[in-house]
Design a protein. Structure first.
Ligand code: GLY
Ligand code: MN
Ligand code: MN
Length: 448
């Protein structure tokens, strides 16, 4: 669990970057799935990053520059209501929320429209995320207009509306030790889930049965949800990059690609492993798998301060292009294969993305048109792959083999820390685990 002081510390840091003005950050709305049934609730990542408050119907307001370095954090949230709590469970209510989450002031959410114009009066700027939700945008502009209408009484309205994401994205990009601790645990649970999937996969099972094993491992260790829809793709399905049907039968002789990670206390893990349904790679599968594994090793080796964002991708590409030539998938020199982008017939995505509260986390990849340097505290995925669809000019023994290997890494002072090392990855590790699978059970150690 992240200590509450970490959240108030972030609010203070944000306020000092704002200098003067008012930030308005709502959490995510609840969404109806059908009639009375809702989707599982997930808070807004920006709101949660600054509050640690997980209830819906809440808005954070930060008034920066109240007096020199002094700022004020105000939470609007649902009131206590015994009737609702009998049906739907506990809610803090403003008073308990102020104490538990260290806000300066708290009010019922119903007071928002009344109080916002007052808070915005005589402030130079509003900081918010315009463009995310048109109804919310209209509400913010309504509050500003309300202040403007009082100009004859000498009140001035904010002259500027600024995008708060520019400040928050940069803060979120650099993970503190308390965030890395949660991400390590999310990665450990997710690695255990991949291990469990390998141990429980047999020819004849359905992809969804393996998905159930992943879910079992996530939930039994307290992860609240999958961080994204799990991809459990056997055989040719592995060549569909965003395959999520997960309803085909698994056959001996096929590979199974699983891209799945849990969300723990808001933070995502994102792991892909690929292994043989019957526990043994055939020669063609092994050739492609070993190639992707070498590409990933080269990419991970390139994750270090001083290198730029594109270094891991370029390192992976060099290895893949050479491998595609050696295996008869591409022709010419490595430079030609990369220059002509011929490799994209088999590797059409990039090698990673930022990772954090969102699985594709916030943060700029380029600055002034240039890939930005990697720095300690950044967390990213490293996920090369190879997807071979049937085609006349492709050796037949590679057809329908899809392979991806994805790990999560944190940039350190000297290189990087691999967070997802608990998920077996080498051919020897995978085959050994699957050979022993009748004997062994679940792997992740239980906490608490
Ligand atoms: N699981 C999403 C991704 O790998 O980007
Ligand atoms: Mn990923
Ligand atoms: Mn993934």
């Amino acid at each position: 669990m992240i200590p509450i002081q970490a959240f108030s510390g972030r609010r203070h840091r944000l306020a000092s970057q704002m200098q003067k003005g008012v930030a308005i950050i709502p959490t995510a709305p609840e969404r109806v799935r059908n009639r009375d049934a809702h989707y599982p609730y997930r808070f807004d990542s920006y709101f949660y990053y600054l509050t640690g408050f997980a209830e819906p119907e809440a808005v954070l307001v930060i008034v920066a520059g109240v007096d020199k370095d002094v700022s004020k954090s105000i939470l609007f949230c649902r009131e206590k209501n015994i009737e609702y709590e009998i049906w739907n469970g506990f809610r803090y209510g403003p008073e308990a929320a102020r104490e538990a989450f260290e806000f300066d002031e708290t009010y019922p959410i119903a007071k928002l429209d009344e109080m916002l114009p007052r808070l915005l009066a005589d402030q130079p700027a509003v900081f918010c995320a315009l463009g995310d939700d048109t109804a919310w945008d209209a509400r913010v502009i309504g509050w500003v207009n309300h202040v403007r209408q009082q100009s004859r009484s000498g009140t001035t309205a904010p002259a500027e509306i600024r995008d708060i994401r520019l400040l928050l994205d940069e803060m979120r990009l650099f993970k503190g030790p308390e965030e890395l601790q949660v991400m390590r645990r999310a990665a450990e649970i997710s690695g255990g889930a991949h291990r469990r999937a390998m141990q429980n996969t047999r020819p004849g099972m359905s992809e969804y049965e393996v998905e159930a094993e992943l879910m079992h491992e996530f939930r039994r260790h307290g992860a609240q949800a999958p961080a994204y829809t799990s991809i459990v793709a056997g055989g040719a399905n592995a060549c569909v990059l965003h395959y999520v049907d997960n309803n085909a039968r698994l056959k001996a002789g096929e590979l199974l690609l699983i891209d799945a990670g849990c969300e723990l206390d808001g933070y995502a893990a994102d792991i892909t492993r690929t292994f043989p349904v019957n526990g043994k790679f055939n020669p063609a599968q092994r050739d492609l798998y070993e190639l992707v594994l070498s590409a990933q090793a080269a990419a991970i080796n390139a994750v270090r301060p001083g290198n730029t964002w594109d270094a891991p991708h370029n390192a992976a590409l060099q290895v893949l292009a050479q491998g595609f030539i050696d295996l008869g998938l591409c022709h010419g020199s490595v430079d030609e294969v990369i220059q002509s982008e011929d490799y994209k017939r088999f590797y059409m995505h990039r090698t990673g993305h930022w990772l954090g509260l969102d699985v594709h986390d916030v943060g700029e990849y380029k600055r002034n048109g240039k890939w930005r340097p990697l720095q300690p505290g950044m967390t990213l995925t490293v996920e090369p792959g190879c997807y071979v669809r049937p085609a006349d000019n492709v050796p037949r023994h590679f057809w329908n083999i899809g392979t991806r290997i994805e790990d999560d890494v944190a940039v350190t002072e000297t290189g990087c820390e691999v967070l997802t090392g608990t998920a077996p990855k080498t051919v020897a590790e995978i085959e050994e685990l699957m050979r022993d699978r009748k004997k062994s059970k679940s792997w992740t150690k239980t906490i608490g």
